[in-house]
Design a protein. Sequence first.
Length: 117
Amino acid sequence: VQLQASGGGTVQTGGSLRVSCVASARTFNTYVVGWFRQAPGKEREFVAAMRWNGYRKSYADSVKGRFTISRDNAQNTVYLQMNSLKPEDTAVYYCGAGADYGNYDFWGQGTLVTVSS
C-alpha cells in the first residue's frame, strides 16, 4: 500500500485546513488509518486514528474538538479536517495505515502545515 498525503499549506491562527491521504490499494479500506505529526526538533506524535468502518475514532488531547478524522472508502482516502488552528499545530503531517492501532506498516511522505501567528 502506498500512501500519498496532500493539502498542507500556510494558514493564519484560527483558520482551517483539510489534509488528505490517498492509498494505492483497495485493501486500504480494511486498515486502521492514523494521522501523526512532527514539529521541528520534536518527535513524531499521534494526532488521530480510526477504523476502516468509521468506528473507534481517537484523538490526541491537544486536538480534540478542533480536528476531525474521516474517510471515504470508495475513494481510498482519509481526511483530517483541522479547525481553530494554532501555531503549535505547525508540523509535517503524516498518514499511516496498519492492521491495528499502534501498528502502522505503511506511511505517506508527509505534508507541511504552517500556522502563522
